[in-house]
Design a binder for this molecule. Sequence first.
Ligand code: 1PW
Length: 206
Amino acid sequence: LMADGEKPLRKIAASFKDLAAAVNSQNPEVKVEVAPFSAACSHVSVLFGCLGIAFKFAEMDYVAKVDDLTKAANSIGTLKSLLDHDIEQGTVRKAGSHSRNLLRVKRGLDMVRVLFEQILASEESSLKSPASVAYAQVFAPHHGWAIRKAVAAGMYALPTRAQLLKKLNEDAESARIQMQSYISASALVIQYIDKLFLSKELGIDW
Ligand code: 1PW
């Protein structure tokens, strides 16, 4: 449970609104810097932590990759130069590379985006269907049988919609506003990252 008065959804929505503004900024060289990006992504970790024990591994994997990007920010300015570093060293697809971690973290952001869309589109008290749709759309094509089975099992241990809202310190109406804000802002950021990979012919389906 959050500390009294903490509103993680607001932090998530506000930090992605700032990133979306950076994406829309005029100077393409400044665009998205690694430090605010990883800080925004770390707010999203809180949400993974609310999804129950079954998603502990997903949370740990996501947090480790965000931590790697946070460390990268000490020496690398922008997401664009982060890719350039790995391209120069031939390490783009290497396990644990910043570029590879960025692609995985981007999928985490995308899954949360689809999850919020699904939650807003349904009235069901269970999160099983929204979470299953989000996972199937974003991660499942990239996961082997064992991980897909483990995630499917985890879907039965998700909190209910009401339990999630309580953990996030929101009511239905305030949560809707923050989720909608994240959906719009994150879509721009995700699209920017996809375009960044594709413009350098790195692919995004690995
Ligand atoms: C919101 C509803 C809940 C759905 C949770 C979906 C969780 C999806 C992530 C599960 C990943 C846990 C196991 C780790 C898998 C890694 O092999 C894989 N990481 C990801 C994020 O796909 C690849 O990481 P790698 O090889 O680049 O270190």
